[in-house]
Design a protein around this ligand. Structure first.
Ligand SMILES: [Zn+2]
Length: 280
C-alpha cells in the first residue's frame, strides 16, 4: 500500500485537506490550516476511542505486539471511524445478496455513457496528462478499502465524484463484512481511466471496441467479483477461509444500495467477471 509519506509534500497536504473534509481555500491558508488541525485532533480522538472498542470486541487483536496490517488499515485511513462492528454477543447480520445479478445491475452502456459525458473529463492523452490535470482528476490507487490490480489498459485516475463513490463503496463493504462477522477483505479494481495512449494500444488488437467506452471519461471503474484480497496480520493467526461467492453476495448488496441511492449505474459483466460502474 502506498503510504502518505511517499507522496510529494504538496500532495500530502491536499490529501489531508480532503481526508478531514477541509475546503481548499488558497487565499485563506491560515484559517484553513487551523481548521485542519482541529479536525485532525477530533479525528485522532475518535480513532483512539474506536480502536479501544475494537480491542475490547476482538481481544485477539491485542494478543500480539505488532499488528501491521490491521493497524495500518485502522490508523492510515480512519477505517474504524464511525464504522460498524459486532460487539461480543451480537448476532451477525444475515447475508442476503440480490435475487438476480442481471436484474439488479442492468444499466447498459448507452445509459452509463450519458452520465459519463455529463460528469467526465475531455480525453486524456496519457498518464502525464492525467497527473497534470490536478483540478479535474485524482489519483485513486492508494486506498485502504480496495486494491487496484496491475492495470494494463488504463491508468489509476478518476474525477473526484467517482473517486468518492468508490471510496464509499469500499467503506460500506468493510462495514458490511464487520456486521456480518466475515473476515475483512478488499475488493479488486481492474479497470479505471482509459487514456488515448491506452486506446491506441487496444485498437491494435480490437478495432473500434473502445470508441464509446465510459472508461474514457474518468467516471467509470470495474470491480472484479470473483477474487478478493484478504486483510490479515502476516504474523497473526491464520484467517478463516471465505468463499468468493460469499464476498460477491455482500458486494452486490452494497452496490445495489448505492445504485438505489442514485449514486451510480452498474452493469453486471458476465464475460469480464466484473461490475462495471459509472458515477451519476
Ligand atoms: Zn468497465
Amino acid at each position: 500500500m502506498k503510504k502518505m509519506n511517499d507522496w510529494p509534500k504538496n500532495c500530502r497536504i491536499v490529501l489531508l485537506y480532503r481526508r478531514f473534509d477541509v475546503p481548499l481555500q488558497p487565499n485563506n491558508h491560515v484559517v484553513a490550516t487551523k481548521r485542519l488541525k482541529n479536525r485532525y485532533l477530533e479525528w485522532l480522538g475518535l480513532t483512539t476511542i474506536a480502536l479501544a472498542l475494537v480491542r475490547c470486541a476482538f481481544p485477539g487483536v491485542a494478543g500480539h505486539s505488532a499488528q501491521p496490517v490491521m493497524c495500518e488499515v485502522a490508523t492510515d485511513s480512519g477505517a474504524f471511524r464511525n464504522s460498524a462492528h459486532l460487539s461480543v454477543g451480537d448476532t451477525p447480520h444475515r447475508i442476503y445478496s440480490v435475487p438476480s445479478y442481471q436484474t439488479a445491475f442492468p444499466d447498459s452502456n448507452s445509459v452509463q455513457l450519458q452520465a459519463a459525458r455529463r460528469w467526465g473529463v475531455s480525453p486524456v492523452r496519457d498518464r502525464r496528462d492525467a497527473e497534470a490535470r490536478k483540478s479535474e482528476l485524482v489519483y485513486m490507487a492508494a486506498s485502504p478499502y480496495y486494491h487496484v490490480d496491475q492495470l494494463n489498459a488504463s491508468i489509476p485516475y478518476l474525477v473526484p465524484r467517482a473517486a468518492l463513490l468508490l471510496h464509499d463503496i469500499g467503506q460500506a463493504f468493510f462495514d458490511s463484512l464487520q456486521v456480518k462477522g466475515i473476515p475483512l477483505h478488499r475488493f479488486i479494481v481492474t479497470s479505471v481511466l482509459r487514456s488515448q495512449a491506452d486506446v491506441g494500444r487496444l485498437r491494435r488488437y480490437n478495432g473500434n471496441a473502445t470508441e464509446h467506452s465510459c472508461h474514457l471519461y474518468g467516471t467509470t471503474f470495474d470491480i472484479a467479483y470473483n477474487r478478493y484480497e484478504t486483510v490479515s496480520d502476516p504474523r497473526g493467526p491464520k484467517r478463516r477461509e471465505v468463499r468468493s461467492d460469499t464476498l460477491k453476495f455482500v458486494l452486490s448488496e452494497v452496490l445495489r444500495d448505492m445504485r438505489q441511492q442514485e449514486r451510480c449505474y452498474v452493469k453486471y459483466e458476465v464475460k469480464q467477471g466484473c461490475f462495471h460502474a459509472t458515477v451519476r
